[in-house]
Design a protein around this ligand. Structure first.
Ligand SMILES: O=C(O)C(=O)C[C@]1(C(=O)O)C=C[C@@H](O)C=C1
Length: 222
């Protein structure tokens, strides 16, 4: 019988070497992102650019062996770490497990958050934060219409849509999708996603089945 002996400590040495290289590359990345931060401080541009992050995930996700589902959480954290050298973003969120999960999925771990126990308080305090994060509901859309906020990103956890709302519009790029809320017969809102460019308020609303619609903003499509 052939006995396969493989040297565990040898492999671990190789792993240590690779980890060191990864850390050195992250340090290099941090230096570059810090420079971006300096430029943005001069031009007063927004720190969080979700459409740029979506572009990064999508480019890296085209890799042959690692899917976007594998790449995205790793790079969400790498970008979060780098972004913190520009500024740590502050977000108001509802006190719920899925809101916290959504926050980490949007922005990674390097973020300051404050819990609110109800939607109304969250919205009334929006200007204390860079962003607020809220699940969709009739109440949320009613509140949304009373504040000059826009949807900067959206994601779905266990069939629930979560919105990251802020004062910035995402820039009008190819991979941007517009979101509208429409009321159905039971008076509940549902969402319409329209890919490509948008030109609100000149958007051709007859395309949306002649119903009352509420423009919620745009979000980047990966
Ligand atoms: O490209 C930028 O605008 C950056 O600030 C850099 C960077 C990144 O780490 O790649 C960080 C934050 C932004 O949300 C997008 C990308």
């Amino acid at each position: 019988m052939v006995k396969i002996t493989y040297n565990l400590s040898k492999i671990r040495e190789e792993i240590d070497k690779i980890d060191k290289e990864i850390v050195n590359l992250i340090k290099e990345r941090i230096k570059l992102v810090s420079k971006v931060g300096e430029i943005k401080a001069d031009t007063r541009e927004r720190i969080y650019v979700p459409e740029r992050e979506a572009e990064i995930f999508s480019t890296l996700g085209k890799n042959e062996n690692l899917s976007i589902e594998t790449i995205k959480p790793i790079f969400t954290e790498i970008i979060s770490t780098c972004r913190a050298f520009e500024d740590i973003l502050s977000v108001g969120i509802l006190n719920s497990k899925n809101s916290l999960l959504a926050l980490k999925e949007f922005l990674g771990s390097q973020v300051n958050y404050t819990f609110f126990s109800n939607l109304e308080n969250l919205f009334f305090n929006w200007n204390k934060f860079d962003y607020i994060l809220t699940p969709i509901s009739n109440e949320m859309i009613d509140l949304f219409q009373n504040f000059s906020l826009t949807t900067v990103n959206i994601l779905t956890i266990e069939k629930e849509h979560f919105f990251l709302l802020g004062k910035y519009e995402n820039s009008n790029r190819e991979n941007i999708t517009s979101i509208f809320a429409l009321k159905n017969n039971e008076n509940r809102y549902y969402l319409e996603f329209i890919s490509g460019h948008y030109s609100y308020p000149n958007f051709n609303i007859s395309r949306i089945k002649n119903q009352n619609y509420i423009f919620l903003g745009t979000f980047p499509k990966i």
